[in-house]
Every structure is written in C-alpha cells, then in structure tokens.
Write a protein of this length. Structure first.
Lengths: 478, 643, 102
C-alpha cells in the first residue's frame, strides 16, 4: 500500500497539475506539497521497515499479463528503500528549486517533474522485469522534455544525444528482458532463476553502463548535465544514474552469476579507467557543472567497482556511496543553479571571491565541496573506503587506482572551491550579489544535514541494507 | 575518567558547531571566548582523565570506550570508540593545553580581522579533529582524524582567501596530505584483506605474533610511513610546510608546530607493533628523519622570512622525533614532541607578537634592534631559542640529547650515521636559530621598527595598567599565553633527568616499550658533544652577525639552499605538469574529438538514414495502397508456391 | 447444406475484394476511395460469414459484426475528414493531400 502510494501519488499529482487550470503559483505550491508528502510517506515507510528481515516489504502484487508470467509486483528491500528515499528527498529539493526559480510553462514543468519522481520510485520498487522496464522508460520521457524545453542554449543537441544513447541501451535491455523472461517462464525478479547467457547479460550491462555512465558509454554526459536546468541535472546525476545501480545490483548480480564472473575483470578495468578518466577531465573543466558532471562519472565508476567487488563489503559500500554521492552531487548542481541565478554564469573564469561577505554561501559551498572530495570522516569517505577495501580483494591495482582518484578528487574539488569562493572578485560577481537567502538555504541545507548525519553514522545505510544478493564467494576470510 | 575523555573530545566540536550555527548573531569577541573556553574545557577533561589514569598501576592504564558502530559493511565493522592510554593522554594534554593558550592568544592577534568568527570556528574544529586523531580507538578513526586535521589545516592556511598565495599554499598542503592519506588507506586495505579488521588490538596482535607475512607487514608499514611523512612534512613530502606559513601566525604555532605536524610521530609510536614487524621500514623512517634534520637545517640558514625559518626548524626538529621513533626510542620521541610543542609554539607566538607589532611585516631584513623596543618579547624569544638550540637546563636540551644518546646506544652503521646527523643538526640548530635571533633583536633599530615604536605608545600606556608584563608590545591576551609557554619551555624538560628522575619515560614505556635505552654514560657524553656543537653554532651566528656577513656565503651551495634543494621544481616537472598535460590531452584528443564528435557523426548518420527512409513516405495514398496490394499478392504467391 | 457451396461465397468475396482494391488504387476522389474500402471490408465480411457457415461455428459471424462496427466508426472519421476538406475548399484529390510526406 505504502509503495503504491509512493509511486502513484506523484503520478496522480502530475495528472492533476496537467489537467487542472491552476495558476503558476498554485501549481508550484501543489507540486511542492506533493513532493513533501512523498517525503513524509517515505519516512512512514522507513519507520515501519524491519531492517532485520531480508525479505520484500511493503509489497503489492497484481496479475498483469498472466500468460506471460508478468505481474505488477512492487515493494522494497532495505537497499532499495534507501534509493527511493534519495529520490523523494532530491525530488522535493529539485521541485522546490523549480518553484524558487519560477520556471515558465509551470503546469507542464511541474507535471513532468512529479511524473519523473513517480517513475524513478517505481524503478526502485519494481520486482518484475517488465514493470522495471516500463518505469525505466517512463523515467526517461520527462527527462527528454525537461532538458529539451527548459534547457540551455544547446539543449536540442543535448536531448538528441541523450535520446540516442538511452534508446540504444533501452532497446538492448528490452531484447534481453524478453529473452530472459521467456526462457525463465516468468518475468518476476524474485522467482526467476539464473542464466548463463552472455548476450542477455551484455544487453543489460550496456543499458546500465549507458545510464551510469561507464567509460565508453558516457558521450551524453557532458552536454546533458550542463544543458539541463540545474535541478534536472541534480536529479539526473543524483537519482536517475542510480537506476543503473539498482539494475546492476538487483538484476545483473543475482541472475547472471556466471557471466558476472567471467566479465568481472572487464567491468572492473573499465570502471577503474572511468574513475581516473572522469576525475582527470573534471580537473580541466571550465565550469562548475562540467566538473560535477565528470566527477559524477568518476564516482559512478567507483560505485560499479564496489558492486563488482564480489563481496558484501564492497556492495554495502556501493549502496552507501550511491546515497551520499546522490545527495552531494545534487547539492552541488543546485548550488551551481543558485550561482547562475545570481551571476548569470557558472564559468570559473568569471567567478571568484564569493566568500567575502557571504558567510552562508561560503560555508555551504565549502561543506559540500569537502563532502564531494570525500574528506575522511564524511559519509562519502566511508562509502569510498568500504568500496576500495572491498575491491582490494579483487586485486590491489583497483584500490591503488582508487587511491589515485582520491588525490585527483581533492585536486578538482579544491580547484572548484577556490575558483568560486576565493581570490579576487570575478567579473560576473557584483558587489551586491547576495548571500544565500532563507529559501535557498531551505533547499540545500537539508541535503547537507542528511549528509552530515550520515557522516556521524554511516552504518545507518551500510549496515541496514538487507536483501542485497550475497556476494560471499570470494570474501576474504579473517 | 572516560567521561572526562569524551568531554575533552566533544567540547571543541560543540564550540565549533555553536559558532558556525550562531553565525552573525554572535559577537566577534563572544566567538573567540567560546572557542577558547571550549578548548580549555577539553583541557580540564583531559586533566581529569590524566589524574585518574596516572593513579592506576602501570599495566592497567589503557582504556577503551565504545559509543556505537560507526561503519559496518559486510563483515567489516568499525566502532566509534576512543582509546585513553598514556600516549593519547599526553597528546590530549598537549593539544588542549597548548591549543587553548594559542586560541586565547588568537583573540588578541586576530582582533579586528575580517571574518574573525570563521577563524575561531576553524580553530575549534581543528582541535576536535586533532583529538579525534589521537583518541581514535582504531585505525580507521585515526585516519578520519588524520583527514580532518588536513581539512582544518587547509581551511586555516587559506584563511586569507583573497590572497592567491595563501590559497595556493592551502591547496598544496591539502594535496600533499591527500597523497599521504591515500598511502595510508592502501595500507589499511591490505590490513583489512589480511585480518578483516582495523582494530588496534587485532592489527597489533597480528603484527607481533607474526601472523602478517614480512611482506605484508612491510607494505602496511610503508603505507603508514607515507601518511606520517606527508603529515609531518618530512622528506620528500615536506614542501607544503614552508608555504603553509601563509596562514595566520597562531595557526602556524598550533597546527604547523605544536600539534598536527607531529601527528606522524604519534602514528609511529601508536602503531609501533606494526613497525617492529617491519624493521626495515622502521629504520627507513629513522633515516628519513635524520636526513630531514640536516636538509631542513641547511635551508633554514638562508631564509629571510621569520616564519619560514621557524617552519624549517620545525621540520628539522620533527626529524629528530622520527629518528627516535625509527630506532625505537619511543619515550624520547614523545618527550621531544612535548618539549617541542612548548618551545616551538613559544617561538611562533613570539614571532607573532613581532609581526603584529610591525603590522604584518615578516622579512627579517626589515627588522633589527627590537630588543630595546620589545624587551618582554625579546626575553621570551631568547628562552625559546635557547630551548630550541638545546642549551641546558631548558627543555629542548633534555629531549634532544636523549634522542642523540639513543642513536649512540643503537650503534652499528645505522646508529652512528644517525648520531652524526643528529649532532650536525644540533650545530645547525644553534646557527640558524641565533642567526634569526640576532637579525631580529640586535643591531640598530631599522626604519620600520622605529616607525612602529612610536605608533603604539598610546596603547602601551593603557596596557600598563593591566600588569607588568605588558610593555606596549601587544594586548594582554597575546602576552600572557606567551609567558606561560616561556615558563613551560624553560622547565618543561625537567620531567626526564637521565639516571635520576624519569617519570615521563616510564609513563610512555607502559604503552610502547623502547627498543634501545642509552646508558647514563652515553647520555652525558652525547650531551657534552651536542651542547658544545650548539654553542659553536651560536657563536658562529654571532660572529657572522657582528662581522655583517652571511652564514652561508654566496655560492652554488647557497643557491641550492635558497631553492630548497629544488624540490618544488622537481615535483612541478614530475607530477603537476604531467597531470595537467595528461588531463588536457585527454580532453582535447580523446573526449572532445572522439567521444563528442563521434556523437555528432552518429547523429548525422541517423539523420541521413532517416532521410532515405522518409523519401519512401511520399504521402501518395494510392501508391501506398498499391504497395500493400502488391505485397499481399507476392506473399500469396510465395505462400502458395511454398506450400 | 442448403444453398451454393462455400467456394462460391469465397469467389464472390475475392471478386469484391479485387474491385475494392482496384478502386482504392485507381480512383483519386477520397469519397470513392472510402467507398472502395467499404467494398473491401464487405468482401472480407462475406468471406468470414461464408467460412463460418462452412465450419458451422459462430466465430466468423462475431468477427464480421466487429468488422462492421469498426467500419462504421472508420466511415464516420473518413466522412468527417472529407467534410472538413470541403469546408476549407481543399481539392478532393488524394494525390494532392500529401501533407504527411516524409
């Protein structure tokens, strides 16, 4: 019941927003209200969740195409509940940001945002391959429109690239789903057994590699993240990329143990290369969103390292890092949006000196930056540490690459911080450019607060993710 | 006792949070007081814990208190726990005691500075982080503290954030430390893979019982050493420390002299079991220390910035501690750490008084003759300088000579080499310290000094009312902490008098049993040699000053010293440039042309294919119908034929 | 079985279908094209009913009724379009109505 509510409340909200003749202000208010009630519902689900049990909870099931073995089946495991929580929280922040900026064509905009949130929650809740596919596609449609209509000057290029990449991935995945489902006689993710078919495995892998993105499949990343409106970019990097995490963890790992083992090295090498590649490119980007985009690529590669580490340590770390990376990159994109709102740009060359006389802005940017570079003690550090400690058992080289990436992350984040906050005042920065105001703080500070709380107690996620497929086969024996 | 320890840890954190959250609702003075008091509350907590632990018998002095599980992933678990034992208590007392004095001093030094609140929040944050480092009850929490002090150091070095040099220095410090952190983390990953845990007891038991293979022990120890070398600014990861002097002077005193930079020594003492399982690595740390003593001492001879001279001196002194820890004289390593905290903080703070008095001037060439203008500062600086040079009975003498004697006791090629390096270092210390002393305090007052001597008279008259210490040299909140430190620097060494009275060594030995112990004869022999050499150094500095000459005459050698042995240039060429080049190449030759342009080509290809297909859609209904009918016909024929 | 054999039904249906197809392909007036389409649908209806009778099953008749319903709906839309064209004074010639050309 809760799960259905969590999925369909925003979808219904979207329909209402589209259909009802509300003014811009009312639309925004309604959307914010729906987004906040999502958070509330999720909190209720969290409170009632039994983390001691590794079974599906809050589930709802309904016959769909009975003959094909397709059922509408949704529910949450521990780890997917965290991903859904990430979605609703970031969704609320993004919608709040949209309301604050006052996006034009408000009804279409807020409807699409709500639709997106509902679809992503659906992805994380789905327990049937076809349901997963439907939500996965439903999630992409609003993104196309949101980027294509409300994006920056090159939004059309960005949208077309994004569409091509995701379409190719989705179609391969659809083919894989059909083959896998028919061969298993069921599309249920819980009941279906394992498969050794490498082609089917690759179909899934490529779809998720595009979404994450992993190294050779990241061509859409830069334009999509920088041309999208900041709050949409926040959702893209914070939440939508985590659909790949869910897919890898809940479809690929448990159902393709053979191919996973034989392709493990390839995936690990690609992920390690992507980690360094993304971090190096992030170091040379001329604007905030470019840095965060490539840093996201690096961090997602790191998460994939954890998922393919073949032990619980890496996997738990990957879930923790998914949540903390989602929060931190979304916060960074929202901050970039706020800076653009003030100065009209997020290019480093035109910014600088914003710390002087703007204590709130300086503090928030600094804290978020430090979380981005995973300063020891932060939730991001805990996730990174667990992932690298986990992947160490697969070869010390991966951990060494990860260690290099720690240094690179420090390099690009410090560059970002000092280019924005420090040194002399940039051209685009006017004396009267204001400090963050209460409304803006209300959007970013909750994200930061959650991250700080997780930093105090990262076990909240890493130790409370029951239901993950066991990866004990090659775990180091103490 | 445990409550006292937790109070010690959390009070500064509470202070930092309070100042941050209160923002502009708090007056600047209030922020300073909150910061100072929170650190002193921490000191009180540490003192309570110390008194209780000191009352216990020697083998029951280690206490662990666990709050909750900080990180649990898979079977790996790390608790949020603190360890209270003689070593961590010593560090806690230094950090909160000296730290409290320095924060108090800052209230005078930073008065009127823009963004003063931010400064005090950072200071409290630093003290918390440093306490976390030394109190952390397992290796991961140690790493957390390790990283957080790096963060605090970054924030404070870059405090004057509109100065590009300050920001560059801050970034450099953070990066160097990140390299160290990464090395340490790698060592920890290996340890997790082998033992499944990062608890002190598990790791040390595995190391001392021989459960770790020599290879593993070596690698883990190397990782730890990498972290220690970066944090303690030892060769070859030392280049950030001199640049870090861009930060405010109290920061240099607290972070880059008294506490953070000595964390590497703490680390080696704390994890001595692992280092003892990897004797080669342990000896490597001694050699690194020995070489750093001399190299830093040589560079210090030619520096003109008052703070940089003291910074190189810090590197050199930490070299002694590494030397001691590397040959297993843990008690003396900690002892030198303690006395160094006193006299080096004193020197920095005294330098701060001078800089404050001269409105920010740090170049010693523009100083001179300050003895008459600032007699109080002159007196305390002289105490600090003598303690640093190791002149008895001041504190530096007792600790440094213990280390040199331990090197002699170690014997062998290693021991004698270290002995020579240590003695040479003693000579250099005397020379560079007193070169600085004479340049600043003696001779005729320079123009700058005269100019500022008048400007402060009004303030001086006011200050007279507050006590005999204030002579118009600065506010009382600056002079009082300096006075306290001067007393400590003078008598702080009297807790170890070889052969007679060694409570401090017994205190530390309970945690880290020393590998070498010098006999009393060796002690006095090396003392005599060291004091003689330091005396020669001092005499040489005086002679050079009176003769108006440089200690190191202009030559190729001097150029090398002035360029700090070209470390910055080498790193720039070896790492910084290649990294930028690779990144640029990746962007210009791979990402943009291959990934992003191929994207355009995919787009064009799809468009063309679509265009071709589109031409079939003529829109002529009847031709569609014809095609359909024709196809049906063909299908029928095929169907019939196939049948 | 009374009446002509099933073959005749199918033959008539085939002829009707051919006439309808020819009409769709050759005629240019949308009205006549629609009429021809109706003829094709009726041809298939006839075949369905014929087979239904042949196999003594009602399935074919049910299909035929469905087809009629669809045909009625389709004619409504088609005629509506034609009326709309006429209102706008557009030429009633399917060869000029190529708005959907790719």
């Amino acid at each position: 019941m809760l799960t259905n509510l969590l999925i369909f409340l925003p979808l219904i909200g979207a329909l209402v927003v589209w259909a009802a003749p509300l003014s811009r202000g009312e639309t925004a208010a309604l959307a914010v209200l729906v987004a906040l009630s999502e958070v509330a519902i999720w909190v209720v689900a969290l409170v009632g969740f039994d983390f001691g049990s590794a079974s599906l909870q809050d589930s709802a099931q309904r016959e769909w195409f009975g003959d094909l073995g397709v059922t509408y089946h949704v529910g949450f495991y521990g780890f997917s509940l965290w991903l859904a929580g990430l979605t609703v929280v970031l969704g609320a922040a993004a919608i709040g940001f949209g309301a604050w900026v006052g996006r034009d064509r408000a009804r279409a905009y807020f409807g699409l945002m709500l639709f997106l949130i509902g679809a992503v929650v659906g992805v994380f809740a789905s327990q049937d391959l076809l349901v997963f596919y439907v939500f996965f596609e439903a999630m992409l449609i609003p993104i196309y429109v949101l980027v294509g209509v409300w994006g920056g000057p090159n939004r059309i290029t960005a949208t077309v690239t994004f569409v091509i990449y995701t379409m190719v991935g989705s179609l391969l995945m659809l083919a894989s789903i059909v083959v896998f489902g028919l061969s298993q006689g069921t599309f249920s993710l819980i009941d279906s057994g394992t498969s050794g078919n490498e082609w089917v495995f690759l179909g899934f892998m490529i779809a998720f590699a595009v979404k994450a993105p992993l190294l050779p499949f990241h061509g859409w990343l830069r334009t999509a993240y920088t041309e999208a409106p900041p709050e949409v970019a926040a959702l893209l990097s914070g939440v939508v990329s985590k659909a790949a995490v869910f897919g890898l963890v809940w479809i690929v790992l448990p159902h393709f143990p053979g191919p996973v083992d034989s392709w493990r090295t390839v995936v690990l090498v690609l992920a390690a290369a992507g980690l360094v590649y993304g971090s190096l490119l992030a170091f040379r980007q001329p604007d905030i969103r470019g840095v965060v985009a490539y840093s996201s690529m690096g961090q997602m590669s790191l998460i994939v390292l954890g998922i393919f580490a073949a032990n619980d340590l890496g996997l738990d770390g990957a879930i923790l890092h998914s949540v903390s990376h989602g929060l931190v990159s979304a916060a960074m994109f929202l901050l970039a949006g706020m800076l653009i709102h003030r100065t009209g740009t997020d290019r480093f060359a035109d910014l600088g000196g914003l710390a002087k006389g703007r204590p709130a802005l300086a503090t928030v940017v600094m804290v978020v930056g430090m979380l981005t570079l995973a300063v020891p003690g932060s939730a991001n550090f805990a996730g990174e540490f667990a992932i690298l400690a986990g992947v160490f058992t697969q070869g010390w080289g991966y951990a060494a690459v990860g260690a290099v990436a720690i240094v690179l992350a420090a390099m690009y984040t410090l560059r970002l911080i000092s280019a924005v906050l420090h040194r002399a005042r940039g051209e685009a920065v006017r004396e009267e450019s204001r400090d963050l105001r209460l409304l803006e703080l209300a959007l970013v500070v909750p994200l930061v607060a959650i991250l700080l709380a997780l930093s105090v107690w990262p076990t909240a996620i890493s130790g409370h993710s029951p239901g993950l497929p066991t990866q004990g086969s090659s775990e180091a024996t103490p | 006792m445990i409550a006292g320890a937790w109070l010690c840890l959390l009070a500064p954190l509470a202070g930092a949070l309070l100042i941050t959250l209160a923002g502009t609702h708090l007056s600047r003075a209030a922020a300073g007081w909150i910061s100072t008091l929170s650190v002193f509350v921490g000191f009180a907590g540490a003192l309570v814990a110390f008194l209780q632990v000191a009352g216990e018998s020697a083998d029951e002095r280690s206490h662990t208190s666990t709050a909750y599980t900080w990180l649990a992933a898979g079977k790996f678990q790390v608790a949020m726990q603190i360890l209270v034992d003689p070593v961590s208590l010593t560090m806690m007392l230094i950090i909160t005691g000296v730290g409290g004095l320095i924060v108090w001093y800052s209230m005078g030094y930073m008065k009127g500075e823009d963004e003063e609140r931010r400064y005090f929040a950072y200071m409290a944050l630093f003290v918390f982080s440093m306490l976390m480092l030394v109190m952390g009850g397992n290796l991961l929490l140690l790493l957390v503290g390790w990283g957080l002090v790096g963060l605090a150091s970054y924030l404070l070095i870059g405090f004057y954030h509109d100065r590009p040099e300050a920001i560059a220095a801050a970034k450099k410090a953070f990066l160097m430390n990140a390299i160290g952190d990464a090395a340490m983390a790698l060592g920890f990953f290996l340890l997790i893979a082998k033992t499944g845990s990062l608890d002190f007891s598990t790791a040390f038991d595995a190391a001392s019982s021989g459960q770790l293979s020599p290879n593993t022990a070596n690698l883990v120890a190397l990782g730890l050493l990498g972290g220690a070398v970066a944090k303690s600014a030892q060769l070859p990861l030392h280049t950030w420390l001199p640049d870090a002097m861009e930060g405010p002077t109290p920061v240099s005193a607290l972070i880059h002299a008294a506490t953070m930079v000595t964390a590497g020594v703490y680390l080696i003492v704390r994890t001595h079991a692992i280092f003892e399982a990897a004797p080669n690595v342990q000896h490597l740390s001694a050699i690194i220390g020995g070489v750093t003593i001399v190299v830093a001492g040589l560079i210090a001879l030619v520096q003109w910035d008052i703070k940089r001279v003291i910074a190189y001196s810090t590197m050199s002194q930490i070299g002694y501690m590494f030397l001691a820890a590397g040959i297993g004289a843990y008690g003396y390593a900690m002892f030198h750490l303690l006395t160094h905290a006193f006299f080096k903080a004193l020197l920095f703070l005294a330098a701060g008084v001078i800089i404050h008095h001269l409105a920010g001037e740090q170049d010693v060439r523009k100083m001179g003759g300050l003895r008459k203008v600032m007699p109080y500062t002159h007196a305390v600086f002289l105490v600090g300088a003598l303690a640093l040079a190791g002149i008895p009975p001041l504190s530096g003498f007792w600790s440094k000579d213990g280390i040199i004697a331990s090197a002699l006791a170690e014997g062998g090629v290693l021991g004698y080499t270290l002995l020579v390096l240590g003695l040479l270092g003693g000579f250099l210390t005397g020379a560079y310290t007193f070169r600085l002393y004479y340049l600043v305090f003696h001779g005729e007052p320079s123009e700058l000094v005269l100019e500022h001597a008048g400007g402060h008279m009004h303030e001086a008259e006011r200050a007279h009312g507050h006590g005999e210490h204030a002579h118009g040299e600065g506010p009382l909140s600056m002079l009082a902490p300096v006075g306290v430190l001067a007393v400590l620097a003078a008598i702080g060494g009297l807790i170890v008098i070889p052969g007679l009275w060694e409570p401090f060594l017994t205190w530390i030995d309970g945690v880290a049993e020393p590998l070498v112990t010098a006999s009393v004869t060796q002690d006095y022999a090396t003392s005599a040699a060291a004091v003689a050499l330091a005396g020669i150094g001092i005499w040489l500095a005086r002679w050079a000053f009176v003769a108006g000459r440089e200690l190191v005459p202009a030559s190729a050698l001097r150029t090398v010293f002035e360029h700090k042995f070209y470390f910055d240039e080498i790193y720039d060429a070896l790492f910084s440039r290649p990294a930028q080049l690779v990144a640029n190449r990746l962007r210009d030759d791979v990402e943009v042309p291959v990934v992003q342009r191929s994207l355009g080509e995919i787009g064009t290809g799809v468009k063309e294919a679509a265009g071709g297909t589109a031409r079939l859609q003529s829109g002529l209904l009847r031709s569609y119908a014809l095609v359909i009918a024709g196809s049906v016909f063909v299908l029928m024929v095929v169907f019939v034929a196939v049948r | 079985m009374l009446g002509p054999s099933t073959t005749w039904y199918v033959a008539v249906a085939g002829v009707l279908f051919g006439i309808g197809t020819t009409g769709v392909i050759l005629r240019r007036s949308p009205l006549i094209v629609l009429l021809s389409l109706e003829i094709m649908l009726n041809a298939s209806n006839l075949a369905l009913v014929g087979f239904s009778r042949h196999f003594a099953s009602v399935d074919g008749q049910i299909f035929a009724i469905s087809v009629m319903a669809v045909a009625a709906a389709e004619v409504c839309v088609g005629l509506g379009l034609i009326v709309a064209f006429t209102r706008r004074n557009m030429a009633l010639d399917v060869d000029t109505l190529t708005e959907l050309r790719g």
